[in-house]
Design a binder for this molecule. Structure first.
Ligand SMILES: NC(=O)c1ccc[n+]([C@@H]2O[C@H](COP(=O)([O-])OP(=O)(O)OC[C@H]3O[C@@H](n4cnc5c(N)ncnc54)[C@H](OP(=O)(O)O)[C@@H]3O)[C@@H](O)[C@H]2O)c1
Length: 277
């Protein structure tokens, strides 16, 4: 049995990947509270520790695990141990990077494309598989995959990011249908622009940008309502979905307004690095 629609509180043991910053840290803040046991995963131990300490202060029992989600064995070992100890009932697969075309490039390079797919898609699927069998055995649990509106809007300046996020939407919807009968709920979140350190790397217009806290609120509300696709802001979501159905010349006209480049040196784009945390 998955918790009933209005009982987010029934999710007591939670794992969040990409919890050291942005949307993941905001989800940790919203979910942190008495009676909750939360595992926080990301690479940066110092930033993770700050989120862990805040969660503990809010009354949750938080564990920080500094793991690169591409390290499949370490990730699976950690999740297996955490699940044996506590029984995971909510997994939020949120870790991700934005990379693509830098200012001096005509398009993104092959190494960038591979890294983006490895982290944003392959590692996300590995994370699911490290937890799903235990949820299926218990016939209880929920999985949130954090994709993007880019999953519906191919971005000329970030082809691999677009592909990874589109792949994640397809993966999540396929998985949802496949495991529904096992008592496991799967939803996919598709945010538009969210003011986080990642967004600060996107050097171009970011219309309709919302805060990380509002994004976390929208994601949890969608999970509570068991929405298969949790897309926001609402107007941008529907435009994005229709975008793939309109004649190609119209899609391209819209796409021309989404051009950007990615900051070449992530450490040199600190403007929002503290803002979205
Ligand atoms: N911000 C937006 O406008 C936006 C829009 C749509 C979708 N999203 C999606 O939302 C998710 C969260 O992004 P955000 O905006 O919150 O960005 P963020 O603030 O940069 O957070 C990304 C998180 O992912 C973690 N991460 C990245 N690579 C990792 C790896 N290899 N192993 C483990 N953790 C890793 C980062 O931690 P470490 O660096 O410490 O590892 C960080 O905690 C991403 O999947 C992103 O694609 C964001």
């Amino acid at each position: 049995m998955t918790p009933s629609d209005d009982r987010l509180a029934d999710y007591r043991t939670i794992v969040i990947t990409g919890a050291s910053s942005g949307i993941g840290a905001a989800l940790a803040r919203r979910l942190g509270g008495p009676g909750r046991t939360i595992a926080l995963i990301a690479r940066d131990a110092a930033r993770l520790e700050a989120v862990r300490a805040a969660g503990d202060a809010a009354g949750a029992a938080c564990t920080a695990a500094a793991i690169d989600v591409r390290d499949r064995t370490r990730l699976a070992d950690f999740l297996d141990g955490f699940d044996r100890a506590h029984g995971i009932d909510l997994l939020i697969v949120n870790a991700g990077i934005l990379d693509g075309r830098h200012a001096e490039q005509a398009t993104e390079d092959g190494d960038t494309a591979r890294r983006v797919i490895d982290i944003n898609l392959t590692a996300a699927i590995d994370t699911v598989h490290a937890v799903l069998p235990a949820m299926q055995r218990r016939r209880r649990g929920a999985i949130v995959l954090v994709s993007s509106l880019a999953g519906f809007v191919p971005l000329a300046d970030a082809p691999a990011y677009s592909a990874a996020k589109a792949g994640m939407v397809s993966y999540a919807l396929a998985l949802r249908d496949g495991v529904e009968g096992d008592g496991v709920r799967v939803v996919v979140a598709c945010p538009g622009f969210v003011a986080t350190p990642m967004a600060a790397l996107h050097l171009g217009p970011r219309p309709g940008e919302i805060s990380a806290d509002e994004a976390a609120m929208r994601i949890l509300d969608g999970l509570r309502r068991n929405r298969a696709v949790i897309g926001f802001p609402t107007a941008a979501f529907w435009w994005s979905r229709i975008n793939l159905l309109v004649p190609e010349f119209l899609r391209r006209r819209g796409a021309a307004r989404t051009r950007f480049h990615v900051a070449s040196d992530p450490t040199a784009a600190p403007s929002a690095h503290d803002a979205g945390r």
